[in-house]
Design a protein around this ligand. Structure first.
Ligand code: SAM
Length: 458
């Protein structure tokens, strides 16, 4: 592995950087695999389903290292959204949120650079049901995978948007917390993805640093006064880390928030050159995880720091009373939802977010909101896949429990070879976890697993 000499050169005076140890760990070929459990789904999930050793990620409540990398594609529980495969250093975001934000409060949070959804699924797991997460991805081709991963995570308190950071200026002083996991030069991922080395250059580091500043400048007006900004990269370059921290303090009078870290975690605390702002570096020779940088800031109070709801241009179409009665039995806790129609599709959104949804709908492009329930046709709900894999689906619905091989057949969207007395729409479950819908007819079973999500390999 040929790590660029210019990177070594630029890091020689950076706190915590040890060239020899860094080279050794990159050349060792060691790969670290970790997953984070979806506690909203895993009541029946047994970690013993993995036939090898699991060890806790020290800074994460539900993160585990796996002693081997299994084929996740061949695990139905992966497709059911019972866990997310996430790099361990990134899971430190949980600790940062715990230390900087009162998570017991109802909050509005924005994950600005969210695809494919690792940080968003983590944030969703640590916030309460009265908090709303807006998970945004600017790049159109990446927003689908984000929406898919959010759907698999299953929660109703997430809105996925596809907007440029500057679009959020229309929601001035709106968010309590903004997470910017910025696009970066990617040196922290060299061990996991050696191809990233070819993309790295000093010039790209400069370009990334400028882009990071532009993204932050664009989104910061939407952070409330006293709100928290969490900034992270997977780059070791000071230009993208500590220097961005200094720039935030210079330009926006942000206040840096120091964090408590435990010695045994192996995380390196650094201070920025100008304002001595605290940042936290993860070197793969010191932590069991990839390269990462994270820092937290608080926005100063200003004169006019209150968000005001603007006039609503388009109100979403509500379901009529009859349609509501048709869809309600599909939900675990139907009373907490209101129902809207979007191009004939019914969405269930928690009632407490009615005003938020209206505000966001007026200002941003929404890719997904709440839980898509399906379409009401001739007094019947044709249920959507999103409902099946959500955590709000009524679990008393007709279901058919299948073994792993049949579950994989289902996930490949093949014909199902099962005999069951069940008729009509049914949830196909594996280890009690819904995988999706099937319609059981007298002489065949229609597999409704989404075509675009199906497993393609054998
Ligand atoms: N937070 C994600 C996760 O944990 O799964 C990873 C995010 S990745 C480091 C950075 C993201 O920023 C990418 O999805 C990328 O498409 C997006 N991005 C690229 N250019 C951007 C820009 N100009 N403004 C905002 N986001 C951008």
């Amino acid at each position: 592995m040929q790590i660029p000499a210019a990177l070594f050169q630029s890091l020689q005076n950076t706190k915590g950087f040890n060239k020899e140890a860094f080279k050794t760990v990159h050349e060792s070929g060691e790969q670290v695999t970790s997953i984070r459990l979806n506690v909203a789904k895993t009541c029946n999930f047994q970690l013993s389903a993995f036939n090898f050793q699991l060890n806790r990620v020290p800074w994460s409540t539900n993160g585990y290292y796996l002693s081997e990398r299994p084929s996740f594609t061949a695990d139905p529980l992966f497709h059911a959204g019972t866990y997310y495969v996430q790099e361990a250093s990134s899971m430190f975001l949980e600790e940062v949120l715990n230390q900087t934000v009162n998570l017991a409060m109802p909050l509005r949070l924005l994950d600005l650079c969210a695809a494919p959804g690792g940080k968003s699924t983590l944030i969703q797991s640590v916030i309460n049901a009265e908090s709303l997460l807006v998970s945004n991805e600017v790049i159109k081709t990446r927003v689908n995978i984000l929406a898919e991963n959010i759907a698999k995570w299953g929660a109703a308190n997430v809105i996925v948007t596809n907007n440029d950071p500057k679009d959020f200026q229309r929601l001035e002083n709106y968010f309590d917390v903004i997470v910017v996991d910025a696009p970066c030069s990617g040196s922290g991922l060299f061990r996991k993805d050696p191809a990233a080395i070819n993309e790295w250059s000093e010039q790209n580091v400069q370009l990334c640093s400028q882009r990071q500043q532009r993204i932050l400048a664009d989104v910061l007006p939407s952070l409330k006064e006293d709100g928290v900004l969490i900034y992270s990269t997977c780059s070791y370059s000071e230009e993208e880390d500590e220097q961005v921290a200094d720039w935030l303090i210079d330009e926006f009078k942000m206040e840096n928030v120091p964090l408590k870290i435990e010695d045994q975690w192996g995380i390196t605390e650094t201070q920025s050159p100008k304002h001595s702002a605290f940042g936290y570096r993860f070197y793969p020779d010191k932590v069991k995880g990839e390269g990462f940088f994270i820092a937290a800031f608080r926005k100063f109070k200003t004169e006019n720091g209150q968000w005001k709801m603007g006039r609503q241009k388009n109100k979403p179409e509500r379901l009529n009373a009859k349609e509501v009665e048709i869809v309600r039995p599909y939900l675990k806790d139907a009373d907490v939802f209101f129902f809207i129609k979007q191009k004939e599709e019914v969405l269930a959104v928690p009632m407490i977010f009615e005003a938020d949804l209206a505000a966001i709908q007026n200002t941003l492009y929404i890719k997904k909101a709440g839980v898509k329930m399906g379409t009401v046709i001739r007094n019947e709900l044709i249920p959507d896949h999103e409902l099946a894999i959500s955590t709000v689906v009524q679990r008393g619905l007709t279901s058919v429990e299948v073994e792993r091989e049949i579950a994989l057949q289902y996930l490949r969207r093949q014909d199902l070879s099962i005999s069951t007395p069940v008729k009509g729409w049914a949830l196909i479950t594996h280890q009690q976890q819904p995988l999706g819908w099937a319609k059981i007819l007298p002489n065949r079973i229609n597999n409704y697993y989404p075509k675009e999500w199906r497993i393609l390999n054998k």
